[in-house]
Design a protein around this ligand. Structure first.
Ligand code: HT7
Ligand code: ZN
Length: 851
């Protein structure tokens, strides 16, 4: 397959002034009639052919300027239609076409497809070309008029509703948009409705469209939507711009959700919630994803990307905005810790392996493979650093300028950086390397203290990554504070700007050598390397005023202890256990923070940590050590846990608010430890008594992790067998928590369960993806799990290349492990690669992972 290069970008030869579409819906033979008003682009070379993308379309007929396009007048291939310049008027002209498509055969879920009998579209990144012939690139923006003809009860598209009647509905979207934001939904749907009045007084009708019976599960999503709309007005000054905002929940979806203009389409998992079926984590995800897609209305839709290399322009910024929102709605420190945990688990993992790529990649084969943690999460971190460097006021000015200058544009990262330069006067040329250099910088810190002056010596190094052997120094904002040996802060947070390979920074007038708190708030997405003692870490855990670094100190302690348990079979020492006991007992700390501080690092995190330290990780030894540490901690905290468990129980009906969720998180942490002491008795009772999914599922997970819960699994299944989203959890729990030696067999058995509907991405991810989160089970030395996963990826690929390709990342860490496991993993990957007819998506991913 052919790669696409950023350096090859050329502007479109023709621009579009207006698109009119008619859909005559039929499951197997939908007709799409298009009328597209083209005009030559004054910024492109004149006299070019009209190149239209189109895939899996049956062309019924086409015309240019009212004249039918005949055979010989055009070239038609598997990927599109080209009409030579000689056949085109020099002036603006109308292109018309009629095509036929088969939504019922569309299992890839790109373009127009059917999900549970309902019509649905997914056009990002390049799905519109499966709907009709069109210049399917984000820098071609146009207003759309859509007429849907169908007997389905509800007919929806982008923009504002127009005429409707028996068997038809029309929609007009006045805002020019790229084709990837097009959406159409038709089916037997009902809406949960509400309204929002913008700050300038315009009423907006809100609708969440779901299958009949699910309308009672939309309250939280609607509330999150209204809070998002208000927040974007208050914090970014951005108002909504249509009369309606609709969201549709669908069961078959490759990703989380999609920000189509005025008609978001969501994976039902991120919309539907009731206390008895959704966990606290589900509620939090719903809030964050509703906000994310809504915020795209300005950062993505009104200002879109010039080309797909600029994906981080909309995704990094929108993730940053949704993280800010969730921090404002909940607890900022807790949100920051959660985001960093996720960044390290997903993005650092990616950056450390064969799939490492810059936040703005410079080439791709299949763009769907670049919706990555690096583009999204590191992209958000880069914006966080910019904000830190230019300050809150500078950031606000730059964003105002961005919206003023680029509204209606398809913009680039250069445009983005230029608004910061112009708004703040700061030269950002070196900062731009964050967008072009892959890899996680390692910042090594040493210090000295002499005559009242404390000096920090910082050194940065970014490892080689695929295609990028040499790295230049980056601008790294390192937020630092200093504490006196008695625990008082003597230097409040200040930001050091590390721009060279090595730099020293001094602090004068100190009476004693301070304890430094470095990289406060995780001020840059780097690995901090500093030799410290257990005592110093325990000191920071007790005294640091920066909540992130307070948590980080406990985390580092746990990692040290676990690493020594794995490598030297050392028992956990009292310094760690006592420090955690202080956290467990400290009622001044937010319960959600305490839950995070008491949670042990994941097995995958430990594997990466050991690998970074030059040790080949043994997943079974890590699992064992983690289990032992959990037991040691449980024993050490045995006098605290029952009280904690009781204190954190909340009387009254379930509420998903963050305070209550924090208490439940701490209660769950206590329960998991207690199960190591009481053989799961408390968990079994909680399972029986639970009146909400957080506590029911939490108890079941704990039971499984201590080798019980078989009976409860049956009870749970019987209770929830008609609820797809809950049964997804039931599947995921079993593959992710199966005991190491049993994971492959358990997962194999799950794939034979009558409810294993493998064509549904959520179900496939629950079962097969669940196995990947079970590090010790996935890396079983026999290679059985690798083979099982490979079998299923090979099977899924012809149906759904996008989800298959994404799931090959289960193997991205192969180079961390011992020679036997490496050979087994590479063998599984090679078997996938050798599959005849393998999709372009999966071929690219497997090729990159194998290197
Ligand atoms: N912008 C959306 C990305 C997305 C997507 C991309 C490729 C294939 C399917 C997809 N579904 C949604 C989601 C977002 O980031 O907001
Ligand atoms: Zn997004």
């Amino acid at each position: 397959p052919q790669a696409v290069y950023l350096s090859d970008y050329t502007p479109p030869a023709y621009l579009v002034d207006k698109v009119s579409l008619v859909f005559r819906l039929d499951p197997a033979a939908t007709r799409v009639l298009s009328r597209i008003e083209f005009r030559p682009n004054p910024d492109a070379a004149p006299g070019q052919p009209l190149v239209l993308d189109g895939e899996k379309l049956k062309l019924i007929g086409a015309a240019v300027a009212g004249e039918a396009v005949k055979d010989g007048d055009h070239t038609q291939t598997d990927t599109g239609l080209t009409i030579p310049a000689s056949r085109l008027p020099a002036e603006p002209f109308v292109f018309e076409a009629e095509v036929e498509i088969d939504p019922s055969a569309n299992t890839a879920l790109e373009g127009l497809y059917m999900s549970n009998g309902m019509y649905c579209t997914q056009c990002e990144a390049e799905g519109f070309r499966r709907i009709t012939y069109y210049p399917d690139r984000p820098d071609v923006m146009a207003p759309f008029h859509v007429r849907i003809e169908s007997d389905e009860k509800v007919l929806l598209s982008n923009g504002n509703p127009g005429a409707s009647g028996d068997g038809f509905a029309e929609w007009t979207d006045p805002w020019p948009k790229p084709a990837y934001l097009f959406a159409l939904v038709a089916g037997d749907l009902v809406a949960a409705k509400d309204s929002f009045t913008t700050r300038s007084g315009t009423p907006v009708e809100l609708g969440i469209w779901v299958r009949p019976g699910d309308e009672g599960k939309c309250d939280y999503a609607l509330d999150a939507l209204k809070r998002s709309m208000k927040w974007d007005e208050d914090v970014y000054g951005r108002e909504y711009d249509l009369d309606v905002f609709n969201i549709v929940a669908v069961d078959d979806f490759n990703m989380g959700a999609m920000e189509n203009k005025g008609l978001n389409v969501f994976n039902s998992k991120y919309v539907l919630a009731s206390p008895s079926t959704a966990t606290d984590m589900d509620y939090e995800n719903i809030e964050g994803i509703i906000a994310h897609e809504y915020f795209h209305n300005w950062t993505g839709n009104r200002i879109t990307c010039r080309d797909w290399f600029q994906l981080c322009l909309k995704e990094g910024l929108t993730v940053f905005r949704d993280q800010q929102f969730s921090g404002d709605m909940r607890s900022k420190p807790v949100k920051r810790i959660q985001d960093v945990l996720q960044l390290r688990a997903r993005q650092f993992r990616e950056d450390n392996g064969p799939l490492a790529h810059p936040v703005r990649p410079s080439s791709y084969i299949e763009i769907n493979n670049f919706y990555t943690a690096t583009v999204y999460e590191k992209g958000a971190e880069v914006i966080g650093m910019l904000k830190r460097l230019v300050g809150d006021d500078g950031y606000a000015k730059a964003l105002d300028l961005y919206f003023d200058r680029h509204d209606g544009d398809a913009a680039t990262i250069e445009d983005w950086l230029a608004v910061f330069q112009d708004a703040t006067g700061r030269d950002l040329s070196q900062f731009g390397r964050w967008y072009t250099q892959a890899g996680t910088p390692r910042v090594t810190v040493t210090d000295d203290f002499k005559d009242g002056t404390y000096t920090l010596h910082l050194k940065q190094e970014t490892p080689a990554t695929p295609g990028q052997p040499d790295k230049q120094p980056q601008v790294i904002p390192v937020a630092v504070g200093l504490l006196n040996p008695n625990g008082d802060e003597v230097q409040p947070t200040t930001v050091l700007e590390l721009t060279e390979e090595q730099q020293s920074f001094t602090f004068d007038g100190l009476s004693a050598k301070p304890v430094p708190s470095i990289l406060r708030g995780f001020s840059a997405p780097v690995i901090l390397d500093r030799k410290t003692t257990t005592e110093e870490r325990a000191f920071l855990l007790a005294h640091d005023t920066d909540p992130f670094n307070k948590w980080e100190a406990g985390r580092a302690l746990a990692k040290d202890v676990l690493a020594r348990m794995v490598t030297d079979r050392a028992a956990p020492g009292p310094a760690y256990l006592d420090a955690l006991e202080r956290v467990a007992r400290d009622e001044t700390l937010d319960p959600a923070f305490r839950a995070l501080a008491l949670r042990l690092p994941s097995e995958d995190d430990m594997a990466q940590t050991l690998f970074d330290a030059g040790v080949t990780p043994d997943p079974l030894a890590i699992h064992d050590a983690r289990e032992k540490l959990m037991l040691a901690l449980a024993e050490h905290l045995s006098s605290v846990l029952p009280g904690l468990y009781e204190d954190m129980s909340i009387p009254g009906p379930y509420s998903p608010d963050s305070k209550a969720a924090g208490c439940r998180a701490l209660r769950q942490t206590a329960l998991a430890m207690m199960a190591r002491l009481d053989d799961g008795k408390t968990a079994a009772k909680q399972f029986r008594d639970a009146d909400n999914m957080t506590e029911q599922l939490g108890a079941l997970g704990v039971l499984l992790s201590v080798g019980h819960g078989q009976e409860e699994l049956g009870t749970f299944y019987r209770q929830w067998q008609l609820d797809r989203l809950v049964i997804d959890k039931w599947f995921a729990l079993q593959s992710s928590l199966a005991a190491p030696g049993k994971a492959a067999d358990t997962t194999l058995a799950l794939t034979r369960h009558p409810d294993f509907d493998w064509k549904n991405p959520n179900r496939f991810r629950s079962v097969i993806g669940g196995l990947a989160t079970n590090a010790a089970g996935f890396h079983d030395p026999s290679g059985a799990s690798y083979e099982l996963v490979a079998d299923w990826l090979i099977r899924l690929d012809p149906m759904n290349p996008q989800t298959t390709a994404r799931m090959t990342t289960m193997f991205e860490t192969w180079n961390r492990y011992d020679a036997d496991r490496q050979a087994l993993m590479r063998g599984a990957l090679q078997r996938i690669a050798a599959t005849r007819g393998l999709s372009r998506d999966t071929t690219e991913m497997v090729g990159r992972i194998l290197g």
